[in-house]
Design a protein around this ligand. Structure first.
Ligand code: PGA
Length: 251
């Protein structure tokens, strides 16, 4: 069995390099548990090198986005090759907070293509804004997946991971996260969408994570719903909470 996956999405925190170093020192105290996982830290870009230095022995680097360009001269942009050279192995793509700034499924698709070309695992984020009783959100999810994976050939699909992150559950408290039964159903639905797009065997190979208010008080209920790991936002900025979540994944 592959190791469970834990991605710490630090977003634009901690607010200073000094604080980031303190957090890294605290996280490093639990290095033994992180070594049992496929553990990724996705810090703000300027901290990448420091995270590699301080946590490289027990974590992998992830980026919170992928540039839209890979070659050419573009002031203000970086390139997949630069990220790769820093040791970035996974890129969060299509996070709802980027989609809120205007990112489309087509852009996500383009970024997934660039990540695959650079040998970086794309972690595609999908999720509905709200849940209606008629289940229209299932159609939204299917469209996000189909359009974002439009350029991915069948033999590349196992190199892609998906994070199901219902937007209404992001950045809240554990009690506001998704109900585990609803999560199980949604994971089955996502696998069905992948089966329809590719085939069942390939669909099974895709790692699907859950993100949205994962905290130590709900991780046990959410784990065991067919997911292969967590994408954790605010709780990943608290070393104790992150360690508790990691321990649940290896228990
Ligand atoms: P959260 O964020 O854990 O704070 O809800 C998750 C995410 O946005 O990836």
């Amino acid at each position: 069995m592959a190791k469970p996956i834990l991605v710490a999405n630090w977003k634009n925190y901690p607010g200073s390099l000094a604080e980031a170093q303190r957090l890294l020192r605290d996280i490093a105290k639990s290095r033994l548990v992180y070594k049992k996982l496929n553990f990724f830290i996705a810090p703000p870009m300027p901290y990448l090198d420091r995270v590699r230095d301080k946590a490289g022995g027990f974590s992998n680097l992830a980026s919170q986005d992928m540039p839209l360009v890979d070659k050419g001269t573009y002031t203000g942009e970086t390139t997949p090759e630069i990220l790769k050279s820093f040791g970035v192995r996974l890129a969060i793509i299509g996070h709802s907070e980027r989609r809120a700034l205007g990112e489309s499924n087509e852009e996500a698709a383009h970024k997934i293509g660039l990540a695959l070309k650079a040998g970086i695992t794309p972690l595609l984020c999908v999720g509905e804004k709200e849940r209606d009783h008629e289940g229209v959100y299932f159609e939204d999810l299917a469209t996000q997946i189909a359009e974002s994976l439009a350029g991915v050939k069948k033999n590349d699909i196992p190199k892609v991971a998906i994070a199901y992150e219902p937007i209404w559950a992001i950045g809240k408290k554990a009690k506001d996260a998704i109900d585990p039964t609803d999560l199980s159903q949604t994971i089955i639905f996502i696998r069905k969408v992948l089966t329809d797009l590719y085939d069942r065997k390939i669909a099974e190979k895709v790692s699907i994570l859950y993100g949205g208010s994962v905290e130590p008080s709900n991780d046990q209920d959410l784990w065991g719903t067919g997911i292969r790991g967590f994408l954790v936002g605010h709780a990943s900025l608290n070393a104790r909470e992150l360690k508790d979540i990691a321990e649940e994944l290896v228990s």
